[in-house]
Design a binder for this molecule. Sequence first.
Ligand code: ADP
Ligand code: MG
Length: 242
Amino acid sequence: DRPAVDAERSTTGGSGGNPAFITETRFDSFNLSPPTIKALHEDLGYEKMTVVQEATLPACLDGKDVLAKAKTGTGKTLGFLIPAIERILARGGRRSSNPDIEVLVISPTRELAQQIEAEAKALLKYHPLRSEIIFGGSNINSDRRRLESQPAEILICTPGRLQDHLDNTPSVPQRLKGLKVLILDEADNLLNMGFRPAIEKILRYLPGQRQTLLFSATIPPQVHTVSKLALKPNHAFIDTVG
Ligand code: ADP
Ligand code: MG
């Protein structure tokens, strides 16, 4: 019962978004950092927000917890990466040599995690910040070497592999103590794929004082249950599907 995430994506991704989802609201009408705007305009080639970005960015930039319902291919990735990066910048100061993992993105599949990582890299081009990716099926020792030789502020992962590192790579839970933003992407697919125990375990390692953003195309009961565990009771619910 696993949704055809990649099949759906190939009809919507890559070509710069579906024009039906683009609004008249410009990214530079929001108070975003100049390096973020420059990357959006010059590297990603986007000036206007999609419907879900326009609907969620104000609450996300405000630091609120958000449960957002939006279809595949509507631009959720930038919708959560932009406020997450802006949140890291809000602390000011320079990059540290051993930074906390300030933003954690949990994605159901390697392919989706890789797409998120590619957008994160593009968005970070003019920022003194790094992103890193870990997923199952790759060599865990090489993960460990990457994580420890070039620690990143933004970690994109699949749940099983993160769980593995929580148990076996002490620097990972250590560096997660400074987490500022948790993102659960495609929460319905995460749960359909059986990742609820992994997510519950991950949540136990994370600081309670953090912002959590949960994105899902559908909100079945399982997503409700996890949203109660992960999000603050006063979170915003933003439905762009209806
Ligand atoms: P979702 O996560 O909602 O399935 P994605 O974040 O993968 O969707 O975005 C789908 C496609 O739309 C990607 O190719 C992405 O680069 C593109 N996109 C995102 N934001 C914009 C925008 N503001 N304008 C045009 N295209 C965009
Ligand atoms: Mg997505």
